[in-house]
Structure formats: C-alpha cells, structure tokens
Design a protein around this ligand. Sequence first.
Ligand code: GLY
Length: 369
Amino acid sequence: MTETVHVALGDRAYDIHIGPGLLTRAAEFVGPFLKRQRVAVVTDENVAALHLDTLKTSLGNAGIDVVSLTLPAGEATKGWPQLTRTVEWLLENKVERNDVVIALGGGVIGDLVGFAAAVLRRGVRFIQIPTSLLAQVDSSVGGKTGINAPQGKNLIGAFHQPTLVLADVGVLETLTSRDFLAGCGEIVKYGLLGDLGFFEWLEKNGDAMSSGDMDARIYAVKRSCQMKADIVVRDETEQGDRALLNLGHTFCHALEAATGYSDRLLHGEGVSIGCALAFDLSAQMGLVSQETPSRVRALFQAMGMKTNLNDIEDELPPASYLLELMSQDKKVINGQLRFILANGIGSSFVTSDVDPDDVLTVLKNGFLL
Ligand code: GLY
C-alpha cells in the first residue's frame, strides 16, 4: 500500500509517497521527473552499505544512468568541507540545470544535498529519499536545507523545496531501536502541537508502531507529513505558524548544546524531553492542568522514549546554565526567548511572553523527576 501526501505550494508543489518497497520501485517515481536518463545520488557510508545498490538497480533496470557520491556518516559531515566536496563533485559529473540530484539518507544528507542543489547553477531540482524515521516525518519535507556553522546548527542554508519525497517505510526495519524511537519524538510532537485525535491514536497504537506494525507506521508517517505539509503551505518561510514545528525545541537545543551534540542525546530524544518540559512550563504558567504533562510523559514512556532530564546519561550542567544556553538559541528575537506553549494537548501557540524564572523553576523541578 502506498499513501501520498501533496504539498500544495503552487509551482513548487510536490508529492510525498509513503509505503514499503518504494526503493525497489524508485524508477517508477523518479523517471517522470527526468529530462535525460541520468541522475546523481549522494548518500553516506552507512546508508550506502544498506540501500544504495537497491536504488541503483531500480534506476539502472529502467535505463537510468546513476553516478553516486558516498560521504562520511554523521553530523560532522554537515559543514563547509563536505558541501564544497559535494558541489564540486556534482560539477565534475556535469550535472546540469535541468538534471535531478537525489539525497539518499537521513537528515544530515537531506539537508546538505538539498543545500548543494539549491546553490548549484543557482538551483537544480532534488529528490529526497529519507531513510531515517526522523527524516521521513520532518527534515525531508518543507524545503529547509543547510549546514552547520561553528556558531551553531543550521545557521547557513536556504529554502529549497524538493521535487519529490519517497518515504520507504520498509527501510525503517534497518534502524536501531534507539534511532527509531528518536524519530518517534517528532511524530508525537505533531499530536501535541495540533491534533489531539492523533495523540490519542498514538496512545492506542504507539506500541504497535514501535514493534513494527506496517499499517501503523504508514499511518503515523502519513499523518505527520500531512500536518507538516499543512503548516508549510500556510507559512513556508517561518514568518509565523511554522514555528509551531519547534515545539520542545528551545529546551532540546539547549540540551543538545549541553551534551556537545554527541551520542549522549540524539536530536529526537531531545525533542521528546523538550516537549515534556514545554508542557511542564505550560502547567507552571497555568495554561494546562498539572495532569497534562503527566499524560504526555506517560505516552513517551509507554513507547520507550526519553522524557526526563535524568534519562540523559551522565551529569548535565545546572538549570541556570541551561537557561543561559537557551538565550543563545536562534529563535531569540530582540533578546527575548521564544517558546511554543500549549493550552492543551493538540493546541499549541508561539509566545515570547515567558518569565525566565518560570523556565528556571521547570528545569530545577525537571532534575527531580
Ligand atoms: N523542522 C522544523 C521545520 O521544518 O520547520
């Protein structure tokens, strides 16, 4: 079964196809976009070992020539050196303005290759084939592309929408359980930020989804992509509503910085902990009942996800230092922190009207959970 979500962005509209086995059927989806029978694929070492041959075989059997570049795996790839290497490799391989570049991988590859496509010859089309759950439900959709700077994550980039997204949920079987659950952090986020019904569906089906139920996985990826597509269509360049997608991210970014962007905390794990803290802050400010954050945590815990500061291995810096890290977040405007808070599960809003003392209290209490 294949599901499709349409991202209705006028002349930049595109489809997200979701289902198992799409890698083996890649030519069927990619072919119609090619002006000549040739594509350039960029991936990383881990993904290449698992999935590059399948993609190449599918395209090759349809008479499409493939050139491929395999980059090192990991967040460190997402910087100037590998971007330069990718852009120069694309030029050496004579990728032209009308050609299509394929990003095969997780968020790092999708962001970097999308940015390379955005700047190559002032913009060539690119197709996202996300292979991590996090990339399937978040980073491959919506056109945010870019690399990290020494000054912070994702500070260099461009909005460049893909031409097509192929989310093969079958490849999720190859993820470690930790990586899969990290992606679930972003899925639960969608329920929390805008769809109580989806949150309730996850309360009933989250377990089945984690244990490999294919229909549940397809539905969860589809509902997440639909929600993201709706928000991106309303606010492509994040002038307003798109910021809702950052629920939990102000806390998450501070925790990622505090743990040195290392394996101690995966981004999706920071998102689940950050979402729980955002609901704690909403409760502290009297916006939701005291029971609401417990319900949020209960779902994360039932699915085996991280939800408390103490779920992060080794000691964290004190609450006051975490608050300090938040004030360096790129969502700070005129020196004021911006948070996504909630009036209830499925009802979130963006605000700068937050007393830093409330944040401090939430973090201090968070260390006691
Ligand atoms: N990941 C947040 C966004 O795409 O806006």
